[in-house]
Design a protein around this ligand. Sequence first.
Ligand SMILES: Cc1cc2nc3c(=O)[nH]c(=O)nc-3n(C[C@H](O)[C@H](O)[C@H](O)COP(=O)(O)OP(=O)(O)OC[C@H]3O[C@@H](n4cnc5c(N)ncnc54)[C@H](O)[C@@H]3O)c2cc1C
Length: 454
Amino acid sequence: MISRKVAVIGAGAAGLVASRELRREGHEVVVFERSDRVGGIWVYNSNVESDPLGLDPSRAIIHSSLYESLRTNLPREVMGFRDYPFVAQMKDGRDPRRFPHHTEVLHYLEDFANYFGLIELIQFENEVIYVGLSEEGEQLKNSWVVRTRKKGEAGSNSCVANDVFDAVVVCSGHYTQPNIAEIPGIDAWPGKQLHSHSYRVPEPFSGQVVLLIGNRASASDICNEISTVAKEVHVASRSTMNVLPIKRLGNSNVWRHSMVKCAQEDGTVVFSDGSLVRVDVIVHCTGYKYYFPFLEISDIVSVDDNCVGPLYKHIFPPVLAPGLSFIGIPWMALPFPIFELKSKWVACVLSGRISLPSKEKMIEDVEAFYLQLKVAAIPKRYTHCLAENQFDYTDWLAAESGCQPWEEWRKQMYKERQRNATARPETYRDEWDDEDLIVQAHGDFGQYSPTEVS
Ligand SMILES: Cc1cc2nc3c(=O)[nH]c(=O)nc-3n(C[C@H](O)[C@H](O)[C@H](O)COP(=O)(O)OP(=O)(O)OC[C@H]3O[C@@H](n4cnc5c(N)ncnc54)[C@H](O)[C@@H]3O)c2cc1C
């Protein structure tokens, strides 16, 4: 097996499991992390960026998008890495709930990093500012220059370090760069706006009329929370039919609307159903953009309408494979266990244990996938949305990497969580019907868990 020198960018969930798998496969691993600790998005920061819409390119970036009260939207059994289950810890300061507070996920990732001795691989407070092909490389995909800047030394050339690697694994996350809804007339509208990236607590919305745009997990949580203090909460989403506003069951001050048509100078917002509301604050819960400012290969891999491509199996740009890979790209899935399988595959491809198809075959595969999306009229921005397709995808990754496919209970539990969250949007974290699956999960955990299984 070939041992390669590999740079991993980021020490969140993806970077941690990638570095573990790469090292297990015998590679020499250096992880660059721009913050001072592991955990990525799970490191809560009560500060927000200077521009609450995240549009000012000169703003100092706050990585995390967590709000203070956030609890996981997945049950811990399905969320954890396969061979390091996310089991409840009966210790002070830990949250044993099935859908725990965000601090518990950070503890879990810290435990994971410590247990597998990953901290020694990480260069903290080192931001990657450039990744490009080495000019000295004889072949295009042979070696990579990674340029890093030590924290606090921006603008100074002396602090910049260059190193050369055989491969770069990108694990820099994609929940930091806000995507904003385009609203005709918004420039003349006098109210306040922010993106959910800059939402932390509900108190500032006390007595206000708030418009939330979006309908995913964050929009739902933020709506529930703000509605306890706001005068009115109006939720606009593409998925609400073009009918007059509907009052939400159980909340006397929450209204559902179709999409926003425009905002007006007098402070009102007009919806496409024709209704009109005077609004104080707009909260854009409209997702995030993939953003890789350090990549100097934009002619080969680019982001178009939130599709990163071309990527073979959401991982390798065919022309640069296997030297460049991306671990954390898919969404609407079980992130940690997917990162684990992707990392195993990448590690084995780099060592030569697994061969990739030819560049031409990979390009063909990506083009066939894009065509499939087009025929099914799936918008480009959903290219990396896996949902139910994650099971075929992970079965494929597992078979390629020679490891066991996901356990049946994990697949069933994910589906059951989707069903329960739809049936009980406000209480699914505390009420469920899949006790039998929990028992099966714990039956499996016994063979791995290095920690106390409750
Ligand atoms: C509000 C919210 C709620 C969520 N809830 C859940 C949930 O309940 N369950 C679940 O499984 N998932 C959830 N997720 C998804 C979550 O993002 C993923 O589970 C996962 O933690 C992402 O890990 P990552 O390593 O890909 O990225 P991140 O956690 O974002 O880590 C990326 C790391 O890269 C570092 N970095 C970035 N750029 C550079 C650079 N240039 N140089 C050096 N370092 C860099 C960052 O500092 C960071 O540490 C949620 C996401 C959000 C936004």
